[in-house]
Design a protein around this ligand. Structure first.
Ligand SMILES: Cc1cc2nc3c(=O)[nH]c(=O)nc-3n(C[C@H](O)[C@H](O)[C@H](O)COP(=O)(O)OP(=O)(O)OC[C@H]3O[C@@H](n4cnc5c(N)ncnc54)[C@H](O)[C@@H]3O)c2cc1C
Length: 396
């Protein structure tokens, strides 16, 4: 039985960050990772270049049962703290769009940086190590049995992430552990995930697979403007991934196909300029050609625009600005970037991420019911929660 101050389950973004933050304070820290290597999601993130933070991250970019919960950690560990560390390690990066920072070269550099920090702080990282049992032994003492031996620890940090991409090591272990210790969970579901269509909805779009266009998509009061990509099973692209976190089965989605423009003004201007042009040609000026054609095969009369009555033109404009989409589902955890829901924040301290039920037990990162938008927000939450926990753990 080895004695520790902090045992962290999960060697992902939050677990590694918490490990060196706590170990820098002189605490004896071990990270237990069941996969054969740490940080697999970091490696695959951002198309291999890891969108490691977003300079505009605020609580407004997160979905949670308690939208205020993430404020404390985010305020104390900002994107600029992480950028400082990235720069100290000489990792080149660039801003892609909307404050999203990516590595110039490879996500591997972020994992290396986290491991180098762990090594410098003397935090031990065990891979291919599975937790077999966790027992609470009175006040702030946990006995953790793993395939690489047993540990007695003053603090236990659960950083096992969410359910998305099971092939990368995702498990429901953290949720089960939370439940065992009497914590409530908010229902989990896939987020930042492509939406699927079925029946006629799917048939109308399937052969347009590969067509991309900018849209503003709305659902349940949320709205995102960005590219939409038609896939052979449904819809994807940044705007759809974003709205998927707000969508639930049965909810209506609407698309503005001419974002930022008044559709009626666009159509009237086109009619004045090209009165004899067929509607699909008029629309092909402002939309991808194949998409414009499909609109006129299914939804709009393909007449010369001068033959459109005022009512027909208004109806066409209304269709373009409030195009209804009926999604049948999502692609699920197989492709989702995140898991919504998780450990209920009402039973955690927002400043230390410690359980209010079991002193010494902490939950950090994606396992907690805090889910960010697409664009580096999820890593920023992982870093910030890990920093808050790593600085507070074992303080009593
Ligand atoms: C394809 C993809 C791309 C992404 N791109 C981005 C991006 O560019 N920017 C961004 O901000 N977010 C991105 N995300 C989301 C981001 O990866 C996660 O939100 C973030 O990794 C969460 O950090 P975490 O430490 O909580 O969990 P994770 O990083 O998932 O780490 C959890 C770790 O715990 C381990 N584990 C699980 N169960 C056990 C167990 N029983 N015992 C031991 N270990 C266990 C796992 O193997 C894993 O290593 C992406 C996600 C995916 C899937």
């Amino acid at each position: 039985m080895q004695d520790l101050d902090v045992l962290i389950i999960g060697g992902g973004a939050a677990g590694l960050m918490c490990a060196f933050t706590a170990a820098r304070r002189g605490l004896r820290v071990v990270v237990v990772e069941h996969a054969n290597r740490v940080g697999k999601k970091i490696l695959m993130s951002g198309g291999g270049r890891c969108n490691f933070t977003n300079t505009g991250a605020t609580a407004a970019n997160y979905i949670s049962g308690n939208p205020h919960f993430c404020k404390s950690a985010l305020a104390r560990y900002t994107p600029w703290h992480f950028i400082d560390m990235v720069e100290r390690h000489g990792i080149a990066y660039h801003e892609k769009e909307l404050g999203q920072l990516f590595c110039d070269e490879s996500s591997k550099l972020i994992v290396k940086m986290l491991l180098d920090e762990c090594e410098a702080a003397n935090a031990r990282v065990l891979t291919s190590c599975s937790v077999e049992r966790v027992d609470a032994e009175g006040d702030r003492v946990f006995r953790v049995h793993t395939t690489l031996g047993a540990f007695r620890t003053r603090a236990l940090v659960v950083a096992t992430g969410g359910l998305s991409i099971p092939s990368m090591g995702a498990t429901g272990f953290g949720y089960e552990l939370a439940r065992t210790f009497g914590h409530s969970l908010r229902p989990t579901r896939a987020g930042l995930v492509p939406l699927t269509l079925s029946g006629t909805h799917q048939q109308r779009f399937a052969d347009l697979s590969g067509v991309a266009l900018p849209v503003t998509v709305q659902c349940n009061g949320a709205s995102f403007s960005n590219q939409m990509l038609i896939t052979h099973r449904g819809l994807s692209g940044p705007s759809i991934l974003q709205i998927s976190s707000y969508w639930q089965p049965g909810d209506d989605l609407t698309l503005d196909l001419l974002p930022g423009r008044d559709a009626l003004e666009v159509l009237e201007a086109q009619r004045a300029a090209h009165p004899g042009a067929l509607m699909h040609n008029v629309l092909a000026d402002v939309l991808p050609k194949r998409f414009a054609q499909r609109l006129c095969e299914v939804w709009l009369p393909d007449l010369p625009v001068k033959q459109y009555t005022s009512t027909q033109l208004r109806d066409a404009a209304a269709l373009l600005s409030r195009f209804p989409i009926v999604a049948s589902g999502t692609e699920g955890y197989r492709t989702a970037e995140v898991t919504l829901g998780g450990v209920d924040t009402t039973e955690l301290s927002s400043s230390t991420l410690e359980s209010r039920r079991v002193p010494g037990l902490h939950f950090i990162g994606e396992v907690v019911d805090v889910t960010g938008w697409l664009g580096g927000y999820n890593f920023q939450w992982a870093w910030a929660a890990a920093d808050a926990c790593g600085k507070a753990v074992c303080a009593v």
